[in-house]
Ligand binder design. Structure first.
Ligand code: KIV
Length: 275
């Protein structure tokens, strides 16, 4: 059965942890879905993982639509959430609504995610007023990396922790059905999770959140450009891929692949008539 926003609310009410992983293409989405993940995030981390950019700033609405539509075709049960890329909602409430609508209509997302707290609460309200579910994202928000001066843990000082509490309340009040906490101290994330009615999905925010999200390529050992402290490798698919590719190269080079079982037949009579 297709998972929905109510699946998230029910999980929080029943104390069941929510699982979310990113994916950016049909085949990976299908595998994650078949494995039983609750939700697939088409993150703008596709800028790093799929497109090789050093940050997420160059990702466009068109990129997100293209990848989200592929994921949506592969995710039969998991709830598909699509990131709103940099400058697709910061510019105005109008742009936020139009672009969220495109991710739903053309990308076939079931919900959108956007970064920021108090300062984007009006965008979250306007989008949810259109019937589009929103996941908020607070703490370390990678689209603001230049303002933060790097990938730094957020919420450690009293001022930052107070801002984090205000942001969490603001996005809930604006109508977000869930919120991602990125790179904040575990105690802060746990405390705010207990205060909020909506589920919190942590990444680098400790075990007290209502669920966890990871970039699938990090979790499966397929991306090694940089590995944040919070990443755990649950597999080494990157190494397995390289091993398989080495096997392919060896067999093609030494002529052991393809064999008859991989080959199509033709009657000799047809061949004999050719030259
Ligand atoms: O883009 C992404 O993958 C994300 C996760 C890190 C939460 O936003």
């Amino acid at each position: 059965m297709k998972k929905t926003v109510t699946t998230f609310a029910k999980a929080k009410a029943e104390g069941e942890k929510i699982t979310m992983l990113t994916a950016y293409d049909y085949s990976t989405a299908k595998l994650l879905d078949e494995a039983g993940v609750d939700s697939i995030l088409v993150g703008d981390s596709l800028g790093n993982v799929m497109l090789g950019y050093e940050d997420t700033l160059s990702v466009t609405v068109e990129d997100m639509i293209h990848h989200c539509a592929a994921v949506a075709r592969g995710a039969k049960e998991a709830l598909v959430v699509c990131d709103m890329p940099f400058m697709s909602y910061q510019t105005s409430v109008y742009d936020a609504v139009v672009n969220a609508g495109r991710l739903m209509k053309e990308g076939r997302a079931q919900a959108v995610k956007l970064e920021g707290g108090v300062e984007v609460a009006d965008r979250i309200k306007a989008i949810t007023d259109c019937g589009i579910p929103v996941v908020a994202h607070i703490g370390l928000t990678p689209q603001s990396i230049n303002a933060f001066g790097g990938f730094k843990v957020q919420g450690k000082s009293e001022a930052q922790a107070k801002k984090f509490v205000e942001d969490a309340q603001a996005v809930q009040d604006a109508g977000a059905f869930a919120v991602t906490f990125e790179c904040v101290p575990e105690k802060l994330a746990t405390l705010v999770t207990k205060k909020l009615a909506i589920p919190t999905i942590g990444i680098g925010a400790g075990a007290g959140c209502d669920g966890q999200v990871l970039v699938y390529a990090d979790a499966l050992g397929m991306f090694s450009d940089f590995t944040p402290k919070f990443v755990k490798r649950f597999g080494n698919i990157g190494e397995a891929m390289k091993e398989a590719v080495r096997g392919y190269i060896t067999e093609v080079k030494d002529g052991t692949y393809p064999t008859l079982e991989h080959t199509y037949k033709i009657d000799d009579e047809v061949i004999d008539k050719l030259y």
